[in-house]
Ligand binder design. Structure first.
Ligand SMILES: [Zn+2]
Length: 147
């Protein structure tokens, strides 16, 4: 399946740039399909979906910190959901009109890998009423040291 995610012309430059061959070397086929080809992981299979530990979620492709456990909430949609990114410039939000739907794609600002989508106004009762619906496979989790 082709995807608009390979067209980076309208985005600010990524700090981490690699060739497709380099990404394929570093990522598993499943990780590559989501991160670099904007595939969507099946719901309810990701190991981080129901993770409630305290810590930080980072981009699996480049290691940039993206989300914190304090902004994670239980959306029951089958994917890890956050109501806010760790920092506004950690991610890029881009219009996505693929699959005949209007959505907003979420990319890692550091390496332009595909993370998921963000949805607004669903009434989850979070402070932002946003749901950053992120593929579990797009992230790694680092538990915060107990203090
Ligand atoms: Zn990244």
């Amino acid at each position: 399946m082709t995807s608009s995610s390979t067209d980076h012309t309208e985005l600010p430059p990524a700090k981490v740039e690699k060739t497709d061959a380099e990404w394929r070397e570093e990522l598993s086929p499943a990780e590559y399909a989501v991160l670099r080809e904007a595939a969507t992981e099946r719901p309810f299979v990701g190991e981080l979906t129901d993770n409630h530990r305290v810590g930080v979620y980072s981009c699996r492709a480049c290691g940039a910190e993206l989300f914190r456990s304090t902004e994670k909430f239980d959306s029951h949609c089958g994917w890890p959901s956050f109501f806010s990114p760790l920092a506004g410039d950690a991610i890029i939000e881009r219009e996505d009109n693929s699959l005949g739907a209007h959505r907003v794609e979420v990319l890692c600002a550091n390496c332009h890998s595909h993370l998921g989508h963000v949805f607004a106004g669903e009434g989850y009762g979070t402070p932002t009423d946003l749901r950053y619906c992120i593929n579990s496979i797009s992230m790694t989790f680092d538990e915060a040291p107990a203090s």
